[in-house]
Design a protein around this ligand. Structure first.
Ligand code: NAP
Length: 309
C-alpha cells in the first residue's frame, strides 16, 4: 500500500491509520469527565493527556515521580492533576490509588499507557522480570485498586502492542517470570504486552453484565522515548515493518489516537474485550484471546501482588 493510501485508509469506525488523537475526539466535549493516564510525561501518554484535557476532561496524569507528572501537567492547558505512580514500586502504585481515592471523583476512563521496551539485559523488581513487572503487574495493582472508583460505564484501556506476537510460544512463561531461566529482551517485552491483552480480556469478562468496558490497543509504531534501548531501524525490523515503512512511522498524534478513541469516543462505548489497532477492532494472535490463559494470568498476578505486601 502506498503511504498516501495508508494515511487515507479508514476502517468501519470511520477512522484509520492516519487519524490523530485530535481527529478521533473532534467535536466531543469531555467536560465533567475524569480520565487517568499513566506515563503522562512522554510520548503517547503526554499527547493523550494534552488532547483529552483540550476537550475539557479533567486528566489525572501519572509519572514515575510527582515532579515529572506536575511538570508535564504545567505544559498542558486545562484541568490536569499530576500524581506519582512508579509502576515498579508497589508502594508508589498503592499511594497513587490512595491519592485518586482522596480526590473523590469517579473515573470515566483509565488509560494504562506507561511502559518500557526490550531492555537489553535482565532487570528485575521484587524477583520478577522488569518489563513484566512494570507493564503488567504495576498496572494490575493500579487498575484493580481503582475499580471501585470506575464509573458505571467506565472504560479501561490497556496499551498492548503488535509486539505481543513476540511473546513466548506458551504466551506467558509462568515458570520463568523471574527471567532467570532464559532472557531475551524482545521476548520479555512481547510477554508483557500479551499480558496487557490478557488482562483486558479477563477484566472485560468480569465486567459482563455492566456497562463498563476493558480493551487493549496497539498504537502503531511511533518514534518516542520507548526506543531508548534500540535504534529505530532495529525496532522496525523487529516489529515486522519493511525498511521503506520506516518513512511511514506514525506521528505521536496518530499514535495516541487509538487509546483516545477507545477511551472516549461514544461509538466505542459498548465494545469490550477487544484488541484495537488504527482505531478499529483488530485480531491479536489466538492465545491472546484464550479465556483460560487470561484467567490463569489473573490468578497468578493476584498471588504475586499478595506476596509483595
Ligand atoms: N512507540 C511505539 O512505537 C509503541 C508501539 C507499540 C506499543 N507501544 C506502547 O505504548 C505505550 C506508550 O509508549 P511511548 O511510545 O509513549 O513510550 P515513552 O515515550 O517511552 O513513554 C513511556 C512512558 O512510560 C513511563 N514509564 C516507564 N517506566 C515506568 C515505570 N516504572 N513507572 C511509571 N511510568 C513508567 C515513562 O516514564 P519516564 O519518561 O520517566 O521513563 C513514560 O512516561 C507503552 O505501553 C508502549 O509499550 C508503543
Amino acid at each position: 500500500m502506498s503511504l498516501y493510501a495508508l494515511l487515507k485508509s479508514k476502517g468501519p469506525t470511520g477512522f484509520g491509520y492516519g487519524s490523530t488523537a485530535e481527529d478521533v475526539t473532534a467535536g466531543l466535549s469531555l467536560v465533567g469527565k475524569t480520565i487517568l493516564v499513566t506515563g503522562c510525561n512522554s510520548g503517547l501518554g503526554f499527547e493523550s493527556m494534552r488532547v483529552l484535557a483540550a476537550r475539557g476532561a479533567h486528566v489525572i496524569g501519572t509519572a514515575r515521580t510527582e515532579a515529572k507528572a506536575r511538570e508535564a501537567a504545567t505544559k498542558v492547558g486545562g484541568k490536569v492533576t499530576g500524581l506519582a505512580c512508579e509502576l515498579a514500586d508497589p508502594a508508589s502504585v498503592r499511594a497513587c490509588v490512595a491519592a485518586v481515592q482522596k480526590l473523590g471523583v469517579p473515573l470515566d476512563a483509565v488509560i494504562a499507557n506507561a511502559g518500557i521496551m526490550a531492555l537489553p539485559k535482565l532487570n528485575q523488581a521484587f524477583g520478577y522480570e522488569l518489563q513484566f513487572f512494570t507493564n503488567h503487574i504495576g498496572h494490575f495493582i493500579l487498575v484493580t485498586g481503582l475499580l471501585d472508583r470506575l464509573s458505571d460505564d467506565g472504560r479501561v484501556v490497556m496499551l498492548s502492542s503488535a509486539a505481543h506476537l513476540m511473546a513466548p510460544k506458551e504466551g506467558i512463561q509462568f515458570d520463568n517470570l523471574s527471567g532467570e531461566r532464559g532472557y531475551k529482551g524482545w521476548t520479555a517485552y512481547g510477554q508483557s504486552k500479551i499480558a496487557n491483552l490478557l488482562f483486558a480480556k479477563e477484566l472485560a469478562r468480569r465486567f459482563i453484565g455492566s456497562k463498563r468496558t476493558a480493551n487493549a490497543v496497539h498504537p502503531g509504531v511511533i518514534n518516542t522515548n520507548l526506543g531508548r534501548h534500540m535504534s529505530i531501524p532495529a525496532i522496525i525490523g523487529k516489529i515486522g515493518y519493511g525498511i521503506a515503512d520506516a518513512l511511514f512511522l506514525k506521528t505521536v498524534g496518530q499514535g495516541a489516537s487509538t487509546e483516545c478513541y477507545v477511551a472516549v469516543n461514544p461509538a466505542a462505548a459498548t465494545v469490550s474485550g477487544q484488541y484495537w489497532a488504527d482505531n478499529n477492532v483488530a485480531k491479536p494472535r489466538p492465545d491472546a484471546e484464550d479465556p483460560a490463559l487470561a484467567a490463569k494470568l489473573w490468578e497468578v498476578s493476584e498471588k504475586i501482588v499478595a506476596g509483595l505486601a
